[in-house]
Every structure is written in structure tokens, then in C-alpha cells.
Design a protein around this ligand. Structure first.
Ligand code: CMP
Length: 220
């Protein structure tokens, strides 16, 4: 199997959503200029306010996009997993990093320099189109979050977060990924204590139920 200088096969590059649809010669070009980096859990990959030089694509692991206030309180803007990218905002508008990206698990990353990223966009309209689509998805998510913060109380925000995180399995909405109440609180702008209280109330009233490692939302 063909391997590019960054040590990745063309199949792995092609399976990254941003590059799917590119031909071998384009993938080879990307493989020649891309770098790789491994970061351990808890490491800051980028920091809000820093100047910008690379696009990062996640090959494995999980990362969270965060911001903090002067008192060190953290909000979680998004979670990123394999195939997703970050660092594009600073490359597009030349501004400092808009947020921190922190490894929530050990992560394997592919790096593209600003020049390589811009060349790739110029030469491959499909990549530019995919990038735009993903930015639109992120904008829609951000709009939904603003709406939740403005219009819903903490009960409503917890309920919406649970539904957003859930998936349909055998006709039932379930949440497979474990998330701490602390992280839920950081995602919806509430205290951990309040999230715990709401979750207790939802459970007591039969709106949620714990089933081994799953959280089930009956009737949703
Ligand atoms: P950049 O501003 O260069 O550095 C921080 C990165 O976090 C940013 O680019 C985006 O890639 C990513 N990011 C910021 N806000 C969000 C969000 N709401 N959803 C997903 N990713 C984000």
C-alpha cells in the first residue's frame, strides 16, 4: 500500500472527510507536505490568543474546544473526534486563535502549514466546498447554543443537550458516550450542582434512566 512521507497511507488520507474525493496525485501532494504530531491527554494543542500557523486534522483521540474567563472558569464550545479539523479560523482570517483546543484523550494529529492549506484550497474546489459545509454546521450549532442560552432555563438546556447527544438504537434514544456532569455544566453555562439536581429530577420523574453504561431517554 502506498505510504506518503508523513507515514500515512493514501487510504488513511482519503478517509479523512476533508480530503475524500481527491485523486491519488492530490493526496500524495498533501502527504508530502503534511506533518504529524502526538499529544497526550490534557495537552493544549492551540491556545486562545496565540498567532496562527497550522491546520490540524485529528487522526485519533478526542479533543475539546474551550474558552476560559479571567477566573479560570472554562466553557466547552465543542468536542472534536477522528476526521475532524481545527485551526482553520486563524488561517482563513489571519486573527489569533479564537479558542483553546485541549486533548481530552491522547490524540494523533496531521498538520498542514498555512501555505500548504491555502494551496490545497486553491487547487481543490471540493476541499474548499467541504470546509464551507463544515463551517456552516458549526455556525448552526453555535446559533442553537445561543438560542438555548437566551430562551431556555437550565432544565431546558440539559434536556436539549441530552437529546443532541443521543442516538436512536432499536427505537430508543440512548447516550453511549459517557460525559461528566461537570462537562455538561461547562457546555450549557450552568453549575455542576444545578446539572446534578436537574439530572436527579429527570431520573425521578422517569424522563431518563441509567441502563448499565447507557443513559436511556424513554419516550423521546
Ligand atoms: P482557530 O481560531 O484558528 O483556533 C481555535 C480553533 O477552535 C478554531 O480555529 C476552530 O478550528 C475551533 N473552534 C472554535 N470554535 C469552534 C466551535 N464552536 N466548534 C468547533 N470548533 C471550533
Amino acid at each position: 500500500m502506498a505510504t506518503s512521507p508523513c507515514g500515512l497511507s493514501l487510504v488513511v488520507l482519503r478517509n479523512l472527510p476533508l480530503f475524500s474525493g481527491l485523486g491519488d496525485s492530490e493526496l500524495e501532494k498533501i502527504g508530502r507536505v503534511a506533518g504529524r504530531k502526538r499529544v497526550e491527554r490534557g495537552a493544549f494543542v492551540v491556545r486562545a490568543g496565540e498567532s496562527t500557523d497550522s491546520l490540524y486534522i485529528m487522526l485519533s483521540g478526542r479533543a475539546k474546544v474551550t474558552n476560559t474567563d479571567e477566573e479560570g472558569r472554562e466553557i466547552i464550545l465543542a468536542w472534536l473526534g477522528p476526521g475532524e479539523f481545527f485551526g482553520e479560523m486563524g488561517l482563513i482570517d489571519g486573527s489569533p486563535r479564537s479558542a483553546n483546543v485541549v486533548a481530552a484523550e491522547a490524540c494523533e494529529l496531521l498538520l498542514l502549514s498555512k501555505d500548504a492549506f491555502q494551496r490545497c484550497l486553491q487547487e481543490n474546489f471540493e476541499v474548499a466546498q467541504k470546509l464551507m459545509k463544515i463551517l456552516v454546521v458549526r455556525l448552526r450549532d453555535a446559533d442553537r447554543k445561543i438560542e438555548s442560552l437566551a430562551l431556555l432555563d437550565v432544565y431546558g438546556r440539559v434536556a436539549r443537550l441530552l437529546l443532541d447527544m443521543s442516538e436512536l438504537v432499536d427505537g430508543q434514544r440512548v447516550i453511549k458516550k459517557k460525559i461528566s456532569k461537570q462537562d455538561m455544566a461547562k457546555m450549557i453555562g450552568a453549575s455542576r450542582e444545578m446539572v446534578s439536581k436537574v439530572m436527579r429530577d429527570l431520573e425521578l420523574n422517569g424522563y431518563i434512566r441509567y441502563d448499565d453504561d447507557l443513559l436511556v431517554i424513554p419516550g423521546a
